[in-house]
Design a protein around this ligand. Structure first.
Ligand SMILES: [Fe+2]
Ligand SMILES: [Fe+2]
Length: 317
């Protein structure tokens, strides 16, 4: 006899009911967000005095001041932000069925995200830190390929975006720090502040969902931790570039565990919740196993770092 109790467990609320139940809290969190978010202008962050016409003086590889992994990380960061049309499609698909506050959030979030690619591209173009033709070709490839994230339901989608916004926050912030350019650092601090507020919004919506259906929410959280991938994973050469970014310490497994997974899991009190159903308890066991394996992988990775020629980010995080 096979035990089928864990095979398929439906949430207490379907997506429509969940969106409806959460709407008042989403309205409150939207207002909180609007009160905390500061208006900012990409053009104020760009050193236009460095600009020269490309028709008179084309880009050449000796021009960038950013080199090595700093350049790679900016490229990945911008191409990831460039893919906003796909993220908008996904976010609208998840939350667009909801009313009022949900739609307000979809619009607000998309508009805020749009600034990130603007400021990054303007910075990289004016400073000539990356070949603008390669960047534009990369953007074309990236957008034609698009991005998809198979979320079976709203709870999974919320869990993913909470982790993803925090991962992006840390990756941007560390990219700025690694660049050793105060202009780049200031831009990345600014973007990271936005990503943090996005994370806080999604984290707190899911915290409300945890009260409505703790077992389904825990299962969704665990599924998303176990399958987590950065949204830039489809960029050509991503695996090689992400490995360099990890060796540089901009975003490695330790950062992922200590600065992304654990703070959010602790905030949700995932390991302290009681009264979960059997499938959620099983999910929690798998999460604990996953974290233990992650510890081992971090150890192995850090042992191998000794032979890495890539300079690491300065220790203070
Ligand atoms: Fe962003
Ligand atoms: Fe964001």
């Amino acid at each position: 006899m096979t035990d089928t109790t864990l095979d398929r467990v439906e949430p207490l609320l379907d997506d429509t009911a969940l969106l409806l139940e959460l709407e008042p809290e989403v309205a409150r969190l939207y207002d909180r967000h609007a009160g905390m978010a500061q208006e900012w202008f990409p053009h104020e962050f760009i050193p236009y005095r460095l600009g020269r016409d490309f028709d008179k003086e084309p880009w050449t590889p000796d021009q960038p001041r950013l080199t090595g992994v700093a350049q790679t990380s900016f490229e990945i960061g911008l191409l990831t932000e460039d893919n906003l049309p796909s993220y908008h499609r996904l976010i609208h698909g998840m939350f667009g069925k909801g009313d009022g506050a949900w739609l307000n959030w979809v619009g607000r979030w998309t508009a805020e995200e749009g600034r990130h690619a603007i400021v990054l591209r303007d910075y990289l173009t004016v400073t000539r830190n990356i070949d603008p033709i390669a960047l534009e070709r990369g953007r074309m490839t990236q957008l034609q390929q698009g991005y998809d994230h198979a979320s079976p339901d709203t709870l999974h989608g919320l869990a993913y975006v909470a982790f993803q916004e925090l991962a992006t926050r840390i990756a941007h912030r560390n990219t700025g720090r690694y660049s050793d350019d105060p202009v780049a650092d200031r831009i990345m601090v600014r973007i990271a502040t936005d990503e943090n507020l996005h994370m806080v919004f999604y984290r707190d919506v899911l915290a409300a969902a945890l009260k409505l259906d703790p077992s389904a929410a825990v299962r969704a959280i665990v599924d998303e931790v176990l399958a987590f991938q950065m949204p830039g994973a489809g960029i050509p050469g991503f695996i090689r570039k992400a490995a360099q970014i990890a060796k540089a310490g901009i975003y490695d497994l330790r950062v992922h565990r200590d600065e992304v997974l654990m703070p959010i899991l602790r905030h949700w009190k995932v390991f302290e919740l009681s009264g979960l159903d059997a499938a959620a308890e099983d999910a929690r066991r798998r999460l604990a196993e996953h974290l233990a394996k992650l510890d081992q992988a971090i150890e192995r990775f850090e042992e191998r770092l000794v032979t890495s020629p890539i300079p690491r980010i300065a220790a203070a995080r």
